[in-house]
Design a protein. Structure first.
Length: 322
């Protein structure tokens, strides 16, 4: 009887110890899990970041604020320039950086610009920023702007806005005259364009160019004239063709370095393009003509430099009996 009681007591002690061990394991795991959650909560409160991954960029923090007050809405459409941005910031801003970006479309090539406001002083609470087609921060189509406020504590805040600028054909892209291309030889893009053009001339005629085609306007490859639009970084140029051929027109983007030949009318003609005329909206008229075997003709073409396409507008051909 005494032996049975001893065994029962031993079993009870073992069961009690097992229960204590299980309880200890449970509470230890719960405490570790709670500590992890608390740590994660603290981290999320201390480091509030936007999707760009920059831990210095705060979001929805009144002490680190930048706000665009004008234009009043995103993606507004404008047809006149310049356009003025206005905004306000919280205390402690040392400088404001503006990154602008033009989206490529059928009218213009893309652009990017990174600018620090010069008129904004540390501690100012308001700011202005002006965009225009001649400043490399506004082009026809959609333009995106990101304003970044740099605070004295190392934090940054951002405000983004976009607008549409309508090409109205009245000076958004303005060429500063056409003529001898060598007058632009001091431009940074000049040597690159010259090299690209020489390479295209060699490829077009399937034989090496053994002379400087750029400066020889009287050979069959030479550049007749060049026009440059500084506000949009667009260059158009015309070169002579071989005998009884139209010639060639190219459009060059200073920003991208892309040199593209225009498309031409399907009609076969011996009329050679002579010169660019005054721009009319997005159309640059081109005069041309020919004379051979008792016949002569005057041709008028239209070059849409936005679409990089040439069409024949009209022609007048006269022949005399020999």
């Amino acid at each position: 009887m005494e032996e049975s009681r001893s065994k029962a007591l031993l079993y009870a002690v073992i069961i009690f110890l097992v229960a204590v061990i299980i309880a200890l394991i449970f509470f230890m795991n719960f405490d570790v899990s709670l500590s992890k959650k608390e740590a994660e909560t603290v981290k999320s409160e201390e480091t509030i970041v936007e999707p760009n991954g920059d831990e210095n960029v705060v979001e929805k923090d009144e002490s680190h604020l930048i706000e665009i007050t004008s234009p009043s809405k995103d993606l507004m459409t404008f047809n006149k320039a310049p356009i003025l941005f206005e905004g306000k910031v919280a205390e402690g801003v040392q400088k404001i950086q503006v990154i602008s970006e033009g989206v490529e479309n059928e009218h213009v090539y893309p652009y990017t610009d990174d600018y620090t406001l010069k008129n904004f002083k540390a501690g100012d609470r308001t700011f202005t920023y002006r965009v225009n087609t001649g400043y490399n921060n506004l082009k026809a189509g959609r333009n995106n702007y990101k304003f970044i406020a740099h605070f004295e504590d190392g934090k940054k805040a951002e405000a983004k806005i976009s607008l549409n600028y309508v090409f109205d054909g009245e000076g958004v892209i303005a060429f500063d005259g056409c003529g001898d291309p060598t007058k632009y030889k001091n431009q940074k893009w000049y040597s690159d364009l010259k090299a690209d053009f020489n390479a295209l001339a060699t490829k077009a005629y399937d034989k090496p160019v053994l002379f400087d085609v750029w400066n020889n306007n009287f050979n069959s490859y030479g550049v007749r004239e060049l026009c440059y639009a500084a506000d949009s970084g667009v260059v158009i140029l015309m070169s002579s063709g071989e005998y009884c051929s139209l010639g060639h027109v190219y459009r060059y983007s200073v920003a991208s370095g892309d040199l593209a030949e225009a498309s031409y009318p399907s009609e076969k003609t011996c009329a050679t393009m002579f010169e660019f005329k005054a721009r009319e909206g997005n159309i640059v008229p081109i005069s041309g003509g020919f004379g051979d075997a008792g016949c002569s003709g005057n041709y008028n073409y239209e070059y849409d430099f936005l679409l990089n396409k040439i069409t024949l507008k009209n022609s007048d051909i006269k022949c005399v009996d020999l």
